[in-house]
Ligand binder design. Structure first.
Ligand SMILES: [Zn+2]
Length: 96
């Protein structure tokens, strides 16, 4: 099973039943390329992470949150950077 390092402080299972399908479709849509720095999965030698552009808590349901328009493919380096930035800007992302 592929592991997606998208946690956003969430508990396992919180991302919803269709997450893996949606994450795969997001990577396909983005051409398996990091949308921040442009590195490809081939260059990276692993799968890209799929990031939620909007905090999960903003949505009524996982299905809504997992829509492709809310997802973006990122390499681990850009993902880490972005999440660090979000944690500073959005207190919702902070761990209790
Ligand atoms: Zn990147």
């Amino acid at each position: 099973m592929p592991s997606f390092a998208v946690e956003l402080g969430g508990r396992p299972g919180r991302r919803g039943a269709n997450w893996e399908i949606q994450a795969r479709q997001a990577r396909q849509r983005d051409g398996f390329r990091c949308q921040a720095c442009g590195v490809t999965e081939e260059e990276l030698g692993r799968q890209l992470d799929v990031h939620h552009k909007i905090p999960f808590s903003s949505f009524k349901s996982n299905l809504e949150a997992n829509k492709l328009e809310h997802l973006v493919s990122l390499c681990p380096a850009c993902h880490t950077k972005l999440e660090a930035q979000l944690r500073r800007e959005l207190p919702l992302f902070r761990q209790p």
